[in-house]
Design a protein around this ligand. Sequence first.
Ligand SMILES: C[S@@+](CC[C@H](N)C(=O)[O-])C[C@H]1O[C@@H](n2cnc3c(N)ncnc32)[C@H](O)[C@@H]1O
Length: 242
Amino acid sequence: MTDYSEIFAQRAHQYHAAMQRYPQARDGEFLALLEDLPAGARDLLDVPSGGGYLNAYLDATRALTACDFSTGFAGSSIPLGQPEALPFADAAFDAVLSLTGLHHVSLERQAAFFAECHRLLRPSGHLLIGEVLAGSPVAAFLNDFVHRHNSQGHVGVFFDVEFPPRLAAAGFEVTAMTVRHYPWCFEDEAAMVFYCRNMFGIDRGSDAEILAGLRDYLDYRIEGDGRIALPWQLVFFQAVKR
Ligand SMILES: C[S@@+](CC[C@H](N)C(=O)[O-])C[C@H]1O[C@@H](n2cnc3c(N)ncnc32)[C@H](O)[C@@H]1O
């Protein structure tokens, strides 16, 4: 079985380079996750956080703690945690947010992660998850195109209506499951290729092949001003601690 712990340790720096060079490319995605965040939720945990990118979208009324499962992202300001052992006290947070970090975690470890989220949340605290929707164009792009053009492959287990019962089993009431569509935005095709190559570790394709893959799987648009809109979507789950 593919060891994503090792893979992320090796290529976190590339992912981070993509996020740092084009920090606004995924604005729509982070904002889509935050749509489900209650106004009163102050103490927030983002896990797995990657490089802590969510913080840029929060105002001073919120206090965000980041945590990642990988040594590639963890460091002085981002503690290392494991899905089944997060290094925080009971009832420390009003909300836990998790963006595209669970599709490489086994179902057994996900169950342990949800138990940890339950432990960390205050009564009626919120768990917000944004993940790849099974059967979507994004799912096909990742598990087909990226799988063939990344020498380590891409095997993600994606999310659908079978997921809410797994959250319920961990003591959550699932209050919403919403598919949101938004573009990833780039100044030109070269920026989009750089970003996707580094974010997804595409080491087996030329720039032209990556462009063709993005066109074929996701049908990106070139706007009148030359900017690129890459159609993206995730499914967002909102759950409350019972
Ligand atoms: C696609 S990135 C998402 C990061 C961040 N939430 C974002 O939206 O940019 C996936 C994250 O999950 C973590 N991760 C997922 N599965 C993992 C595994 N099996 N072992 C180690 N880390 C894992 C990685 O460290 C990485 O930070």
